[in-house]
Design a protein around this ligand. Structure first.
Ligand SMILES: O=C(CO)[C@H](O)[C@H](O)COP(=O)(O)O
Length: 261
């Protein structure tokens, strides 16, 4: 096994290269890389486990694979805890039994994608709109495996320049958005339904999403996150700080796996 890249992290690099592309490697599409990371994560799934099922195009590959292994009889007695209605529907279609964290408060393993991953394995999540349920479920799992293609790696949270999602209550949302803007010196935009620019995007919890665009590093993530949560009207933010225990990255260099704990 060889050590792989460290993304400029200050910490000793525990990343392990678990497979390299063959020398004649074709270029993978982004979706193929997502699938490679997802299939690697499913190797952690064992029969009898309660599994947090993430949301998004990367997590979808993992859930498809779990369904496939169940049907092949290579896995059994799996209980899935879906992080969104969309994932619940996928699990239902695949015949994966589902439950929730009220009935199964101990989740053995969760597998999910991310929008950004910083060198300390802090995440931005929620560009797919499911950050609240994802955080509720992934914060109570014993192991949280994050699966990404290499495009999701950033030097700092917010470093992609793309949205930092915050779930808010619909009541007086403009007021809440303005508060967030003045608190962080960022641009806050209400997420709308694609192709219906007047219709706010509504989460599975009946809330809205405000996408924050930062001009610079937000600094201490816990301080920033706590400040967001103190704004009345904010339900949850999309920073997943210190939650991921394992990171699987698929890229043109191969697949790397990094354990934090
Ligand atoms: O946080 C999420 C959904 O709320 C997704 O995990 C995140 O947006 C990554 O999505 P994808 O796997 O489609 O790139």
């Amino acid at each position: 096994m060889a050590l792989a890249y460290d993304l400029g992290s200050k910490k000793p690099n525990p990343t392990t290269l678990i497979s390299s592309p063959p020398p004649h490697q074709l270029i993978f599409t982004q979706d193929e890389l997502k699938k490679i990371a997802a299939y690697k994560a499913v190797e952690f799934v064992e029969s009898g486990m309660v599994i947090g099922l993430g949301t998004g195009s990367t997590a979808k590959h993992a859930i498809d694979r779990i369904g496939e292994l169940l049907h092949q009889g290579k896995l059994s007695n799996i209980i899935g805890i879906p992080t969104s209605k969309q994932t619940q529907h996928q699990a239902f279609c695949l015949g994966i039994p589902v439950s929730d964290i009220e009935t199964h408060p101990v989740v053995d393993l969760a597998i999910d994608g991310a929008d950004e991953v910083d060198p300390d394995m802090n995440l931005v999540k929620g560009r797919g709109g499911s950050l609240l349920r994802e955080k509720m479920i992934e914060s109570c799992c014993k192991k949280f495996v994050v699966i990404v293609d290499e495009s999701k790696l950033v030097e700092y949270v917010g470093g992609s320049g793309l949205a930092m999602p915050v779930e808010i209550v619909p009541f007086c949302w403009k007021f809440t958005a303005k508060k967030l803007e003045s608190l962080f010196g960022c641009v806050a935009k209400l997420r709308v339904v694609m192709n219906k620019l007047d219709d706010p995007y509504v989460t599975d919890n009946g809330n809205y999403i405000i996408d924050l665009y930062f001009k610079k590093d937000v600094g201490d993530l816990r301080v920033a996150g706590d400040a967001m949560l103190r704004v009345a009207g904010v339900v949850e933010h999309g920073m997943f700080i210190d939650m991921a225990t394992t990171l699987i990255v698929a890229g043109e260099f191969g697949v790397t796996l990094r354990n934090k704990y």
